[in-house]
Each structure stands twice: as C-alpha cells, then as structure tokens.
Write a protein that binds this ligand. Sequence first.
Ligand code: GDP
Ligand code: IMO
Ligand code: MG
Length: 430
Amino acid sequence: MGGIVVVGTQWGDEGKGKIVDLFTESVDVVARFQGGNNAGHTLVVGEEQTVLHLIPSGILHRRVKCVIGNGVVIDPEICLEEIDGLKKRGYLKNNKQLLISDRAHVILPYHKLIDKLREAKRGEKKIGTTGRGIGPAYEDKMCRVGIRMGDFINASRFKKCLEAILPDKNEYIRKVLKGSSIKMESLLALQRRSAKKLAPYVTDTSVQLDQWLRRGKQVLFEGAQGTSLDVDHGTYPYVTSSNTVSANAATGTGVGPNTIDQIIGISKAYTTRVGSGPFPTELIDKIGQTLQTNGGEFGATTGRPRRCGWLDLVVLRHAIRTNGLTGIALTKLDVLSGLPKLKVCTAYRYRGQLVKELPADLTRLEQCRPVYTEYEGWTEDISHIRDFDDLPKTAKKYVQQLEKQLEVPVVLVSVGPQRAATFFCQQIFS
Ligand code: GDP
Ligand code: IMO
Ligand code: MG
C-alpha cells in the first residue's frame, strides 16, 4: 500500500485527529494537504490531551515523519508556537521529523486583519470564520500575490514581495474596510523573529515524499475541515477556502493521484457544525443540547459551541461520491447512549418533492426538511467496548443500517476520545 487519505465527511470536527493518530501506528509518514490553523485536531493518549492546528496528527509517534504540504497555509508564529509546545512536552526531539513545504503559502497579519474586518462588515451575513486569515491567504495564492514559505525564510526576497503587495493591501484595508494600515517594519520584524527558527524544516516536500513512496513507505494524507466545508463541494459560500476532498491530497502535497489506494471518511454518529450556514438536521431543542453536552461539542480552535443535529445521510452520500470513500470510520457512537430514540435523515423534502442529493442552491437547501427513519436507542455506557459484537443490539443495528444505506463499509467504530477507545470492524492495513 502507498497512500491512505483521511477526510472529514461532514462540517469538520468529526474526530480526524484521533483517527489519524491511531492509524499512524501503521504508516511511515503523515502529510497535511490543505487548510491551516483553522483546524483543531484533538488527540488523547492516556491522560494527556494534545490539540494540533497545523502540525500533522502523527507527530506523537517519534518514528513517523510529518509533512506540512504545499496546499497548507501557514501562520509562521502559530507554527512555531506549536513546535515549541511539542518540544517542551518531549515530542519532536529530532527536527528531521517535521518537514514544511517551501511552496506552502504564508498567512501574514494583513490576512488576519482582512478576515476579521470583513466578517464584522458582513454583520448578520457573516460566514463565522475562525478569523485566522485562511480565506485572504488562499485568495492571494490564487491571485498570484501570495508569499510562499521559501520566500518568507529569505529576508531580502520577503522584503521584495512585501514591497510589491503591501501598498495595495493597506489601501484596501483603509479605504474599503476602514481599518488601520499594517506597517512594513512590523512584518519585517515578524520575519526576523520566526524565519531562522522555521528554516530548518523548510524543503521541497514533494521530492521527499516521492522518494519515500518509491522506497515503499506508507503515507497517510490528513485532511482538515470536512466535505461540506469544501470550497467546491460544500455549502458555498458558508465554507472554508480550500478543497477538503480527497483529490486534493495529491495536489496539496505534490504526489500523483495514483499514489492513493484507500480513502477513509470520518463521520460522527450525529452531525455538528461551527459557524453560519445551512444545517438541515440541526436540533434547536433539548436533544441538541444533550448532544452538545455529552459530546463536549465546543470548538477545538475557537471554543465556540458547535451546533448539533441528527446524522444526515444526504450529506454522507455526497461525501462518499465527492471523495470516492472506500470506508467510513464512525466516531462518537458513545455520545448517543441514553437517547431513547435516534433519528437518521435519509432524504430531504422540498416543496413536496423528495430530494436525495445535496442541492447546490442554498435557498433551496435552506427550505429542505429532513425525512427521518427512527431507531431504538440504548441506555448502556458503551465507552469500554472494544469489539463490535459486544455492542448493545440496538447500537449494532444503528451501525449496520448505515452501512446498508450508504453501501460503504464501516471499517472502525470509536467510542471515546482516547486512542484506545476504538475497534476495527475491517482490516485496512496489511
Ligand atoms: P477533528 O477536527 O476532526 O480532529 O475533531 P476535533 O478534535 O475538533 O473534535 C472531536 C472531539 O471529539 C475531540 O474533543 C475528541 O477528543 C473527541 N472524540 C473523538 N472521538 C471520540 C469518540 O469516539 N467519542 C467521544 N466521546 N469523543 C470523541
Ligand atoms: P477541523 O479540521 C469545523 C469553519 C468555520 C467557518 C468556515 C470558514 O478541526 O475539522 P475559515 O476560518 O476556514 O475561513 O472558516 O469553516 N471551519 C471549521 N469548522 N472544523 C474545522 O476544522 C474548521 N475549519 C474551518 O467555523 O464556518
Ligand atoms: Mg476540529
């Protein structure tokens, strides 16, 4: 096996970090391919919790190399903070464990400022971004005025890039967004503070990945966010600014798509969403609150409460198709314990018509009402269970029905935040 991709199938926070950390036991390299520090991936090993925003979720395994690919946008100071935090706790002892692409674009203070000022200007219509400058940084990349890691770590090249772009940025900030200019000197100081420390990690990661793959190394490509936040396939414009789907694992790291032979979609046993935008199965009632409390549904990046709702198979089928999923890892099944009845949305109803695919038209999606199938719940605590056969009968049925309706195998079930609170239903590593 060469490559396995892990992606989120919903609106993010499906438990990708936990599953990537677990899968890392069976691979040699973990590579992030998109997003930035808008992501918050939680890993729990024993009593110790680690939240990673930029560094791949394989980093707790010392033997494994971690790559931040060209498709990621990097906030230099946040990246350094994360590196330092890991080092302080005894991880990342060898700098060679982490590689950062020289082609990855850099998030600078003007990106963060533009992100925040724009959201404030949008008022009620805000996207609910993480305010981390993600959209503005990707915009610059596409507009061909972005600054890449390779340029950032070189003081004179960085200055030259800034001289070309900063006057335009400041004019936009002042005149359109009514904000205050960013001073050239503050950006140069930021570069002086961080570039030297980041430089040892910066390299051509595409070439390195190719060499590893040729030597038969197994690479896991770690997605951030989720399919319904994908800039093409998500609930646009209430999305993030990158392609979160599996195909971007190749583009975002500089390997060929033929490298990939398994694509695992992570899905919660229910649905959550942070930020604005349509969410057909959202529960604005006691059950929604129960899911939020029992699931600890508060953002790992911004701390915002996550909106909660029933599992939505329209959303999952969309993810299966747009990612080419070969398996589903079902997380947080334990959170459903104690709910007497469970509902699963199998389709939507729109003006009397049955809708089975996620509509592109948001006004239509907002008027879609979920069509539910009801299942019996279970009362037992299942967080200690380590074998599918030991699950309560109704929990087994819940999982088996999903498999049947989605026509994709559930390869793994997760019943707690800890690495160990998991069991495989199907072998995915040889
Ligand atoms: P990610 O962004 O997809 O990596 O997910 P987050 O880390 O943002 O959010 C998932 C949250 O659920 C984290 O707090 C995890 O520790 C936790 N978690 C992951 N899997 C499970 C599970 O099976 N059961 C429970 N109860 N919590 C889980
Ligand atoms: P992980 O990897 C959940 C959401 C934001 C907002 C929208 C756009 O932890 O699953 P952005 O800052 O990206 O421009 O915000 O996307 N969002 C996430 N929601 N999990 C994430 O990452 C997210 N990253 C971005 O809340 O609605
Ligand atoms: Mg998260």
